[in-house]
Design a binder for this molecule. Structure first.
Ligand code: C5P
Length: 233
């Protein structure tokens, strides 16, 4: 895969005009943009249409978690919107993930989005895991849930770079790992704690890296994206 195809820029902005501006400015270097729950709630599918018009790919990061029939319908809706990648909480269970993956498998392979599982959110501490009845070690749960996602027909997971190595080893090299929480040495960490550099993340096994603020809040976003692509080349 080309280095530039590994970079996903998180469009975490408040104003639609700023989202449009970023897509246009970054367009020469960036192929994939992530639309999360905040921009999607605010801008709706207009943002997806803008990306499609610009010829860019969409990672629809809405982390669905619902009954199988509803998640299958959400996957089908995303497919109709030409989404490149979308995700589901693994805690929704096997029948939910399977229903979603079967709903997109019915289509021609070219338009098929990559379905990812969200294992355990990186913001969870052991204490918080215990409080929802999921004690026993976060890392082991991440692997268990990644395996469940794979058995349910999903193509990969969103996971920290720290987990990427073990996921690849235990589930398989083809199982896609998408990694947020990536910080180049020249960028501020902000609220991200366990960060790795883009190069470290790719070396650890990440197929794609998600980068938001180091690019979208940079004085020169295009230059920042170029620097990151160079680092992972
Ligand atoms: O600005 P920053 O590079 O920290 O943005 C990372 C993006 O990845 C944000 O959109 C954030 O919601 C998302 N994300 C994350 N950690 C996770 C899952 C998603 O930072 N575990």
């Amino acid at each position: 895969m080309r280095a530039k195809d590994r970079l996903i820029v998180a469009l975490d902005v408040d104003e639609f005009s700023r989202a449009e501006e970023l897509v246009d400015v970054l367009s020469p270097e960036v192929e994939i943009f992530k639309v999360g729950i905040a921009p999607f709630t605010k801008f709706g599918t207009e943002i997806l249409d803008k990306l499609e018009k610009t010829g860019k790919k969409v990672f629809l990061d809405l982390k669905f978690h619902d009954i199988p029939n509803t998640c299958a319908a959400a996957a089908k809706a995303a497919l109709e919107k030409n989404v490149f990648m979308m995700n589901f909480h693994c805690l929704g269970g096997k029948s939910m993930m399977k229903a979603a993956s079967e709903s997109v498998k019915k289509t021609s392979s070219e338009a098929r989005p990559i379905l990812l599982g969200v294992t355990i959110l990186t913001s969870f501490s052991e204490e918080e895991m215990n409080s929802i009845g999921l004690g026993g070690g976060v890392e082991n749960k991440v692997i268990e849930l990644a395996r469940l996602a794979s058995d349910s027909g999903l193509g990969g997971v969103v996971a920290s770079a720290k987990e990427a190595e073990r996921i690849k080893k235990e589930i398989g090299e083809d199982f896609i790992v998408v990694t947020p929480g990536v910080r180049p040495v020249w960028a501020e960490k902000a609220d991200q704690k366990r960060v790795l550099t883009p190069k470290q993340a790719v070396l650890a096994g990440a197929d794609y890296i998600v980068v938001g603020r180091p690019i979208i809040q940079a004085k020169d976003p295009l230059q920042a994206a170029k620097k990151i692509i160079k680092e992972i080349s």
